[in-house]
Design a protein around this ligand. Structure first.
Ligand code: ATP
Ligand code: MG
Length: 403
């Protein structure tokens, strides 16, 4: 363990992503004792920025670099590996190697901790595989962007268990590193870390497991106490549900690192792990666009882009000529001075505007924002006279395009 500390852990000094990755590996071991479900982190950023190097450093807590597996593995193979990584760390490299159409489902399955339901040859339900672990992943794009290639949308629930950490750690041009520890450049430092992580590995997890087992009855209470302190110190006051959940995930990782420091498993100074976890949480938050409900933001963007794309071509202008040729019609619009109002057909509202979201949630959000207009009875499906007769429509203010 001394060698791993001297040649790997010590060299992570001042590098939030490296420290955090090591702590995430250790956190897999305490999930059970803190009674917390699976979650994971995705290092996202440019090629040659040191993402895979960082995953190698994390893996060295348990094993040599072949502990890493590629996202390319089929989902069945991933289930088998996930079982092996129970109460530990699953490391998945290069998200883009998993097909865009499957990635969301697989990420959800991993975070959910349950494999697919299957039947045996007599058509009886086989026992479903389950696991509890933390996963680390890397990619040039995040899950959201990757899924979008297959026209899929990742759910807010998925995102809070699969948290993006931008690989670029600072304004300097060191990629995932903030401190090159005297090396000439990121490439040289990355080479050093990879080499040492492939030679010195495994010892930290063994010692940490021993210590955790000795302290297992008090860990949960300690974590709860620590979390309250961390919350009052580092969580922005206006944080909402999803932000708090994400903060919990980042801080559990920090807590695992601090335990390892306290137990003498890692040579870092106290508070090193918390500082790295806070730095990674802040980067996550900034990347997400700040405090606020991610799903609401996603819905707003999706609805706005629907109108940006189709406002001109798919809405029959009620004040325009009667021979307008509109294909794939989405509804009607009326333009009065600068104000536009859209009258959207119920099927388009359901199948396109609400696509990927709960209809109820979309309606409530549009009402709250003042975009979905109700009639004098408070009904948001209004009757509208059109050249094609009396229609039921959703009335949406053109202000949606300004937000
Ligand atoms: N921070 C860095 N700055 C400059 N070069 C780097 C940095 N980190 C790694 N490299 C170079 O990039 C090579 C690949 O490193 P690594 O696999 O860790 O990067 P990566 O971000 O995972 O890249 P990719 O997205 O292509 O998988 C290394 O061999 C090294 O030469
Ligand atoms: Mg890589």
């Amino acid at each position: 363990m001394q060698e791993w500390n001297d040649l790997v852990a010590r060299w992570c000094f001042g590098n939030s992503r490296l420290i955090f990755a090591i702590c995430a590996a250790l956190a897999g071991i305490i999930l059970k004792f803190c009674n917390i479900q699976n979650f994971g982190f995705h290092f996202v950023g440019n090629s040659f920025s040191g993402k895979t190097t960082c995953l190698n450093v994390a893996a060295s807590v348990f094993e040599k670099p072949n502990y890493l597996i590629s996202w390319k593995a089929t989902d069945n193979a991933l289930e088998a590996v996930a079982i092996k990584r129970n109460d530990a760390l699953l490391v998945l490299d290069e998200l883009s190697e998993m097909s865009a159409s499957k990635a969301g489902e697989v990420a959800y399955m991993l975070a959910n901790g349950q494999g697919k339901k299957r039947l045996d040859k007599n058509c009886n339900a086989r026992e479903t595989l389950s696991w509890r672990l933390i996963f680390l992943s890397s990619g040039e794009v995040d899950l959201n962007a990757h899924m979008a290639e297959a026209n899929k949308i990742s759910k807010a629930g998925q995102k809070v268990r699969f948290l993006n950490i931008p690989a670029k750690a600072s304004d300097k041009s060191f990629g995932i590193f903030e401190n090159l520890m005297g090396f000439q450049d990121g490439a040289e430092f990355s080479g050093y870390l990879r080499e040492k992580a492939s030679k010195y590995y495994g010892t930290a997890s063994i010692e940490f497991i021993k210590q955790v087992l000795d302290h297992q009855t008090v860990i949960r209470e300690q974590y709860k106490e620590e979390f309250q302190k961390l919350k009052s110190q580092y969580l922005p006051a206006n944080a909402e549900g999803q932000d708090i959940r994400a903060f919990e995930h980042f801080m559990l990782v920090g807590f695992a690192g601090e335990l390892a420091i306290k137990y003498g498993v890692i040579c870092w100074k106290p508070d090193t792990a918390y500082q790295a976890a806070v730095a990674c949480f802040n980067s996550w938050l900034e990347d997400k666009g700040g405090i606020g409900n991610d799903e609401d933001r996603q819905i707003s963007e999706h609805v706005k882009s629907f109108f940006e794309l189709h406002a001109h071509s798919r809405f029959f202008d009620l004040n325009g000529a009667s021979d307008q040729k509109i294909s794939n019609m989405a509804g009607y619009k009326s333009v009065y001075k600068d104000a536009v109002t859209f009258f959207v057909s119920p099927s388009v509202f359901q199948n396109e505007i609400c696509k990927g979201f709960q209809r109820k949630t979309v309606i409530q959000l549009l009402i709250d924002k003042g975009f979905l207009l109700k009639d004098h009875n408070g009904d948001y499906r209004q009757q509208k006279w059109t050249p094609y007769g009396n229609k039921k429509v959703y009335v949406i203010s053109g202000k949606i395009l300004l937000g």
